[in-house]
Design a binder for this molecule. Structure first.
Ligand code: NAD
Length: 969
């Protein structure tokens, strides 16, 4: 389509753009101020960030002095002059009420420009006004993120109430006129993510069932009152899930004949065109048409951030012009699919509109079959011109409270202050190609040096899901296999076998692993001592390339390895996958670090002397690992030892031996000599202890509980007969980590982050949150939302992708956790206990206590299970004191939007890893080097630039290069 249409397109585009010139983007009172602020924001990126962040936090500020205080914090120093002056006034108490009122009023005025009302009833006048002008609506209900079933139910009730309210006012809200004949008078846009608290793309059957259950009554009522239901599209990772839910629902016999439904296609996505193809096929298969709203897409910034953080390909076009071209290609496809698909175009861009009009007309598509949609509060002039062309226009009208509405408002302000927006440039001027890149910060050093993090699996992609499902099936097929010891060249099976059981199905034997004896310990140490010198003396680059080869092998086998952990250690899909990704990262990161340290450094620089500073491996390392990151931690510790030039004997934890066996196999296959990497499973207090005490051991790399760590440090300090070295102990130990939720925090993020940190992998992470400190006025709301969110957590078997909380590792762990829970019930107030499935797995209910005494066991001990203790603090300073009141100092978290409090936390919340405004688990190699202080560890950061040093010893060689008064330069 499109040949010969240049002239009509250009003409209509001119008309549309002309109308836009007269249109004031924000003609408000006091509009000048807003115009000024947005204009400044579009020129000054730093001010833009501050302004958007301030607008975002404002509605949660509960007092005038909080408003004034935040205003000062955000705009002191770096803001245009009038804003800075106002911020100076904010320091004087007498001005605070008036300043606060003025600021609130200003932001509310901005919000009301884009949001029609807090409730459907409040929005009615706006809809009536639109209807009178012959303009239709589609209403979007703004709301908080859905974190619980209670919140999903509430959302459903709001959709139903919305339909009822509008149905009662049908005459007034329905636009009249010929072009509206046969068109539903009511139109609402639903967000599937609002109807399911665990919107997990990997679990699409589960999510589709839950969302459809809540949507059916909405569709029934819609049919009854004559309403159209549109499925909105959100982030790319949810796109296929929304398509799936839409298809499942409209193919149900009850709804198979409903034509008044629609879905969105986003042209900024690189796969926008194929999405359209898929929808056309669906419509043909169903035999009843539905509508497709073609838009450019509203999550451009977020998509790029998510892709960058996960090392995923960017799903959106990065240049505005490419999106515009994609919109045109999608227009062709959408019009080509008519009448199976009914086209609706959601855009304000004159050229995009003009080309759609011209192509539709030249394609002979009747005007009433096409619709144009625009956002409430934007582009009124353009809309009027489209209407005069004879087309139906519809406005996307957000309705909702101001706090949850802020995310929407910020998106609109982003657009209005963007130097990419077409109205900033006028017709015919392309947006500058460099603009988006200008906002990307300089790449950090570790990226420059060539290291890249492995990407987490894209489980939203069906192909990836299939890989995982088939790996799980294959692993089940391999249940019951035997795993020998690997000592030097020997594979030893004639030892007592220990059965490994599945925590979700304790009767199932995953495998049988040979147990090392004390004689095996001697044999392994002797072999390692033999293998060590040659390995130490190989160039660092050779060792590094072997480890990189192993990383590639892990990557090729990532689903197989993840499947082992699903059954052996009850890791849910995502957790198992990130474990593999972390292991891959360690291999590549330490390979690179070994090369860095492998370069001799010249010291001094005086004439006649050459000083060379080099590192060498220390000797034989024993790797004593925990079970909770079954692959990542053992890989990290052992490959650091190997990269630095040591031999390594791997002593895995009892519950995670099979995965450790697979690792040793891979390391050997990649080229590590058998004497240099050995597999020696056995009981910690026997084999582990014997290795620690062995005179032939030089390094002990331990990760595990603080009690065992301390006993190892003590045991290693005794020198035994035959010992030739002072043992080096690297010990990473337990935690009792706290998150602080400040009274201005974004509670959607804070609750989701706390729940993920406390209950992911059933709380069995050293980094897990087990204490929550809530500041003052946020307390009641936090408790209410937390209670529902925890009650809605899906506890189940780890091979089900819907599971969030799997069983704990074994019966002993369950019993120990339950003793704490019982103790907690008698000393604290039980806020909530989640539900567990029936059956034999080692399930523990996710549990939250409040009113916890600061010195009680649930406040102080590492429980290592899904148990959270909540504390209330008077203010932020006290919150930090509570958080720091622990013998441990591993991780900590703060959710706050006060720059001053964030600075305070940076200075005073002294833990090994502090996380601000995100969950506290999930450290990434090279980005968040990980390790604790105090009783949490010896302070060495795994995955960081100093870690390898623990495994090496430095040497200095000095040569006098002067001979008879002559020296080379
Ligand atoms: P654990 O201390 O029981 O066991 C850890 C390892 O030590 C196992 O391999 C075990 O066999 C071995 N072991 C036990 N007794 C021994 C002894 N006397 N001599 C030598 N070795 C011995 O810990 P776990 O249950 O496997 O793991 C959970 C613990 O690990 C938690 O406390 C958690 O916080 C901690 N952890 C810390 C980090 C970190 O980076 N700081 C990471 C993961 C786990």
């Amino acid at each position: 389509m499109g040949a010969g249409l240049d002239a009509p397109i250009a003409e209509l585009e001119r008309k549309l753009a002309g109308s836009a010139n007269g249109f004031q983007r924000l003609a408000l009172t006091p509009s000048r101020w807003q115009q000024y602020l947005l204009a400044r924001a579009s020129q000054d990126p730093e001010f833009r960030v501050r302004l958007l962040r301030f607008v975002d936090v404002l509605p949660t500020l509960r007092t005038a002095s909080a408003v004034a205080d935040h205003f000062r914090q955000y705009f002191r120093g770096a803001a245009p002059e009038p804003v800075r002056t106002a911020s100076a006034l904010a320091s004087r108490p007498v001005f605070r009420p008036i300043l606060s009122q003025a600021v609130r009023r200003g932001v509310l005025a901005m919000a009301h420009r884009f949001i029609a009302g807090a409730t459907p009833a409040e929005a009615l006048p706006a809809l009536r006004h639109l209807a009178k002008q012959g303009v239709g609506h589609t209403v979007d209900l703004l709301g908080e993120a859905t974190l619980s079933d209670a919140e999903a139910d509430a959302y459903q009730a709001r959709y139903l109430a919305l339909l009822q309210t509008f149905a009662a006012d049908l005459e007034e809200v329905a636009p009249r006129g010929e072009r509206w004949r046969g068109v539903s008078p009511i139109n609402i846009s639903v967000k599937c993510s609002a109807l399911c608290p665990h919107f997990e793309p990997a679990a699409r059957e589960h999510v589709s069932a839950v969302v459809r259950e809540r949507l059916r009554p909405v569709l029934r009522l819609a049919r009854q009152v004559g309403a159209f239901i549109n499925f909105d599209m959100e982030q790319h990772r949810y796109k296929d899930l929304v398509h799936r839910i839409f298809a499942d629902l409209i193919l149900e016999p009850e709804f198979a004949d409903v034509a008044d439904v629609g879905i969105v296609v986003q042209a900024y996505l690189k796969d926008g065109l194929s999405d359209l193809g898929r929808l056309e096929t669906l419509a043909k298969r169903r035999g009843v048409p539905f509508t497709v709203r073609l838009v450019k897409g509203a999550y451009w910034d977020e998509e790029r951030i998510v892709a960058s953080q996960n090392s995923w390909p960017v799903p959106v076009f990065e240049e505005k012009a490419e999106t515009d071209r994609s919109f045109e290609r999608c227009t062709d496809a959408l019009l080509g699919a008519w009448p199976h698909l009914r086209p609706a175009f959601g855009t304000h861009n004159p050229h995009s509109i003009a080309q759609a009009v011209a192509k539709a007309r030249s394609g002979g598509i009747p005007d009433p079959d096409i619709e144009f949609q625009m956002l409430y509060g934007m582009a009124e002039g353009v809309r009027a011109v489209v209407a005069t062309e004879g087309y139906r226009t519809r406005v996307y009208v957000p309705v909702g409270e101001i706090i949850p509405g802020m995310a929407y408002l910020v998106r609109r302000l982003l657009e209005n202050s963007s130097n990419q927006a077409w109205f900033q440039f006028g017709l015919g001027h392309a947006a500058p190609a460099s603009a988006p890149e200008a906002r990307v910060k300089e790449r950090p050093a570790y990226v420059e040096s060539g290291f890249r993090n492995a990407s987490p699996a894209r489980f939203f992609d069906s192909e990836v899901r299939e890989h995982m499902l088939s790996a799980l099936a294959k692993m089940r097929g391999a249940f019951g296999g035997s795993y020998p010891l690997l000592i030097g060249e020997r594979r030893l099976s004639d030892r007592p076998q220990l059965e490994v059981h599945c925590p979700a199905e304790p009767a199932t034997v995953v495998g049988r692993v040979a147990q090392a004896s004390l004689a095996d310990v001697d044999a392994a140490v002797a072999a390692a001592r033999e293998g060590f010198p040659a390995w130490r003396d190989r160039p660092a680059a050779e060792r590094a390339s072997i480890l990189r080869r192993a990383a590639d092998m892990l990557e090729e086998r990532r689903y197989e390895l993840a499947a082992v952990m699903v059954y052996e250690s009850a890791k849910p899909w995502r957790e198992a996958d990130s474990d593999v990704a972390e292991a891959i990262d360690y291999l590549r990161y330490y390979a690179q670090e070994a090369e860095r340290y492998g370069q001799p450094q010249a010291m001094g620089g005086v004439l006649g002397e050459h000083n060379e500073y080099t590192y060498q491996g220390r000797g034989v390392a024993v790797i004593i690992a925990p079970w909770n990151f079954p692959l990542a931690i053992i890989t990290g510790m052992s490959t650091a030892a190997l990269a630095a030039g040591n031999a390594a004997i791997l002593k895995p934890a009892e519950p995670s031996r099979i995965i450790a066996y697979r690792l040793v196999e891979i390391l050997r296959a990649a080229g590590v000599p058998p004497k240099v990497v050995q597999y020696l499973p056995g009981r910690g207090d026997q084999v582990g202890r014997a290795l620690v005490e062995h005179p032939g051991i030089d390094i002990i790399a331990f990760t595990g509980s603080t009690g065992v760590g301390q006993s190892i440090i003590t045991a290693a300090s005794h020198v035994r007969p035959g010992q030739r070295n002072v043992k080096r102990v690297i010990a990473e130990m337990g935690g009792k980590n706290a998150i602080i939720i400040d009274d201005d925090a974004d509670l959607d993020e804070a609750i989701a982050g706390t729940v993920a940190s406390a209950f992911g992998y059933a709380g069995q992470k050293c980094s897990a949150c087990s204490r929550l400190v809530v500041v003052g006025s946020a307390y009641a709301e936090v408790l209410e939302r937390l209670r529902h969110a925890v009650a809605s957590l899906i506890v189940g078997p780890p091979d089900d992708p819907a599971t969030v909380v799997p069983p704990v590792i074994n019966g002993a762990a369950r019993d120990k956790i339950m003793r704490y829970v019982e103790g907690g019930k008698s000393t604290s107030r039980l806020l909530v206990e989640g539900t567990i499935p029936p059956g034999p797995g080692y399930y523990v209910r996710p549990t939250v206590f409040t009113d916890v005494a600061p010195d009680s066991p649930i406040a102080c001990d590492e429980i290592f299970g899904p148990v959270l203790a909540v504390f209330r603090s008077r203010d932020f300073d006290q919150a930090i004191q509570i958080a720091m009141n622990s013998a441990f100092a591993l991780t900590g978290g703060v959710f706050s939007r006060s720059p001053r409090h964030i600075d305070l936390a940076r200075a005073k919340f002294r833990v090994g890893n502090l996380y601000i405004n995100r969950k506290i688990t999930g450290a990434i190699v090279g980005r968040q080097p990980f390790g604790g202080l105090a009783m949490s560890g010896t302070g060495d950061k795994a995955g960081g630039p100093d870690y390898l040093l623990q495994f090496m010893e430095p040497r200095v060689t000095t040569e006098n290069t002067a001979r008879r008064g002559f020296a080379p330069d």
